[in-house]
Each structure stands twice: as C-alpha cells, then as structure tokens.
Design a protein around this ligand. Structure first.
Ligand code: SF4
Length: 423
C-alpha cells in the first residue's frame, strides 16, 4: 500500500468490495450500469495505486484539467474533486470528517465540498502530492480554495482560463496548457511526452463517438438507460479518462441501451416511465441510490445531468499546434466549465434545447451550496422553461457531497411532492 495516496487505497478497497458484493448478490441484468462503472473505476484506480507504489510522482488535478492531458507523464493523476465525491458516494459518512477538519482550520464552510474533502485529507497527511494543477475556472471556490495547497508547500500550477468562448480564447488557452505541462514536468523532473499524449487523445476521440451515440439513444421514449448512468459517467469521465477501460465501458453500455431500445424495454426494476426529468446541474453524490429510488419508486427517468451532455468535438492530433488548440477547446467546453465561462444566457438556451430534444416533462435543479456563480440562474431558468416549453422546475438547495446540509429524506419528500403537482 502506498502511504502517499491513502484515500485512493481506501477508495479502491471500497470499490472492489462493493463491486464484488453487487456482482455476487444482484442477478443480471439488474444494476448493469453500476456494475460496469465500478469495474471500470477499479481498473483505473488499481493502475494509479501500482504506479504510486513504484514511486512515480503524484499529480493532483482539478476535474476540469482532464487527466488524459497528464498522460504525457509517467505519473499518478489524482482528481481532487472526484476523490471527495466518490468517497461521499461510497461511504456512509463520506468525507464529512475532512470537511470538518478544514472548516475548523478556518476555511469557509460554504465553499465547495468537492475540494474541502482532499484539503482536509492533506491537513491530515493522507496525500503527498508532488504538484497540483488547476485552471482558474469554473468558480471562485476553485480559485480561492486551491492556494491552500500552496500554503502546505505543494507546488501549484495554475492555468489561466479566459471567460469568453472565442477563437482568440482557445489560442490563448492552448499556449497556457502547453507551457503549464512543461511547468509540471519541471517540478517532477520529466519532459512531457507529446506522443503519449496523442495516443490518449486519439483514444478519447474514439470514446466520444460512443458517448455521442449513447447521448442520442437516451432521448428515446422510454429512456433505455437507468438514471444511475449520470453519477457513474461523472466518475468515469474523471477517473478513467484517456484509458482503454473507459472505451470498454461505453461500448458495453451502448450495446445494452441499443438492445433495450429495440425491445422497447425499461431499465430493470422500473415499471413505467411516468416522468421524464432533466437535471440542469448535478445529481446527488452523497446518496447515488437516489437514482434507483427515482426509477423504481417514482417511475422518474433522470435523462441527463450537467456531466452527461457534451459539447465536445474530436481533437485533431495531426500536429502539436492543432492538438493543443483542440485540447483548449475541449477544456473550455468541459461540463461545468462551459456553463461557468460565459454569460448565463447560453446555458439557459442550451438547456431549453436539451429539454425539448429529450422530451422532458420536468426539470430538477440542485442548487449546490458551493456554486455561488450559479446562484441567480435557477429562477431565470425556471421561468424560461415554463415560458418556452411549459415545463415546471423544482429547485432544491443542497450540498451534493454533504448529507448534513439537506438530508436525502428531505430531498425525496420534495421530489415526491413535486411529482404530485405533475399528475
Ligand atoms: S462550479 Fe460548483 S460544484 Fe463545480 S467546483 Fe465550483 S463550486 Fe464546486
């Protein structure tokens, strides 16, 4: 066991145990997405831990600095936000101990729990990062929280992300990304290998085709994929980026969805699709079982959430310049970054289109405590969805990674009451 990545060891152990339990106890085809997702993340985490045991450098990164960008190094990429929320999904009390540690240290309680978990773990000496990479997007939380790591003497490489989505922004960010990879290389004593980066990006291009096909299939009525796909894909995008197991995951799930679509089958355990919901922001991470409850108890499909609709394009890897330009475009159109690096009207317009395309009959917006930059949007989006499509939107104030802010019981009660108004 590597002492430098203790939370990753814990994550791997819980994932392996949960996978074994679900695999042995739950007969096929129940929980197919969960089983495939756990299997995929188990492979990625095992590889990271093996590398840490070999003594390779540990690179912490923000989720919006996609880990395939770091494949130009022989290193262990650790996603700060992914670690916090995967632990909160799999452990009964998640990262609460570490949120409290960093709060008591003096960090504001109302910042994002996705970052507070690993910040508390660093205070507790559970991670030994050689360097951490973060962009200046998507939010003030990111920009204000990451300097804590520098305070703990961890070298911080900060990529400046422009606000406006224009050609000149992509060119600027491409230069930033390239020079930041060199900076990371200097800290860990490695020269970035852009041939290895190209291999990972080409693999991501392949994966994107499957993702987009699955995205289209999820529009079908009834939706052939269980709601659980939303948190699982969020995890896989973060932990298995640029890796063959991610490709295998999307191939398997796409085949499954195609089969169900042909036979007009519902996901296992769902008797009827009574409600088709879109979640403009995140689903709940501290209790991903909510997705199963929505399918089985309420007959509500979660058709899409913020991490599951993509605006990416394949990256042209034919030259280094084109490759970095494509990476910049991808980074600025990454979920949550896209929505936060431009004015809110684009988000509203996109979400009206998504709701129309998916034939949604309602929306649920989780207004996450940390996301101050989104504080004003839910009400405007609610009015826009009502005026343009005639569909209602429920707003739930929540911390998606901390059950103590708004418990799962209250969340379920609110959704249940909301569905009564839809009938
Ligand atoms: S945008 Fe919101 S959820 Fe994402 S990192 Fe910032 S505060 Fe956390």
């Amino acid at each position: 066991m590597s002492e430098r990545v203790i939370p990753y060891n814990i994550l791997l152990e819980i994932i392996s145990n949960t996978y074994e339990l679900v695999w042995r106890i739950v007969p096929d085809p129940e929980f197919s997405v969960l089983k495939e997702g756990l299997k995929t993340m188990e492979v990625s985490l095992t590889s990271g831990i093996q590398k840490a045991e070999e003594g390779l450098p540990v690179i912490g990164h923000h989720f919006s600095f996609p880990s395939e960008f770091l494949s130009c190094f022989d290193a262990v990429p650790i996603c700060i936000e992914g670690t916090s929320y995967l632990l909160s999904a799999l452990l009964p009390d998640g990262c609460e101990k570490y949120y409290d540690l960093i709060n008591n240290w003096g960090h504001p309680y109302h910042t994002c729990s996705s970052q507070k978990g690993p910040m508390g773990m660093v205070l507790d000496d559970l991670f030994e990062f050689d360097v951490i990479a973060t962009p200046t997007a998507p939010c003030d939380n990111t920009f204000a929280s990451y300097p804590f790591f520098a305070y703990k003497n961890i070298p911080l490489v900060i990529t400046d992300v422009p606000f406006i989505h224009k050609e000149k922004s992509y060119i600027y960010l491409a230069e930033q990304l390239k020079s930041d990879l060199y900076k990371i290389g200097e800290v860990i004593g490695q020269k970035p290998d852009f041939d290895k980066l190209k291999i990972a990006l080409n693999l991501e291009n392949q994966i994107l085709n499957y993702e987009l096909e699955l995205f289209e299939l999820r529009k079908a009525v009834p939706c052939p994929v269980e709601s659980m796909i939303n948190p699982i894909v969020s995890g896989i995008k973060i932990f298995s980026s640029g890796r063959p197991e991610k490709l295998a995951f999307f191939k398997t799930i796409l085949n499954l969805a195609k089969k169900r679509y042909k036979n007009k089958e519902l996901p296992p355990g769902m008797k009827e699709e009574k409600f088709r919901s879109v979640w403009p922001y995140m689903t709940i991470f501290f209790d991903i079982n909510l997705c199963e409850w929505l399918d089985r108890e309420l007959g509500m499909s979660v058709l899409i959430d913020i991490f599951n609709y993509n605006f990416e394009e394949p990256i042209d890897t034919s030259s280094e310049d084109k490759m970095f330009y494509g990476m910049a475009k991808k980074a600025m159109n990454y979920p949550m970054i896209k929505e936060s690096t431009e004015f809110f009207d684009t988000f509203i317009e996109n979400f009206i289109n998504v709701s129309r395309d998916f034939q949604a009959d309602c929306a649920i917006f989780t207004s996450h405590l940390g996301c101050k930059q989104f504080g004003s949007i839910p009400q405007i989006l609610r009015e826009a969805l009502r005026d343009e499509l005639g569909i209602p939107m429920l707003i739930i104030d929540v911390d998606v990674g901390d059950k103590r802010f708004n418990s799962i019981k209250i969340i379920k009660d609110k959704i249940k009451m909301f569905t009564n108004t839809l009938l």
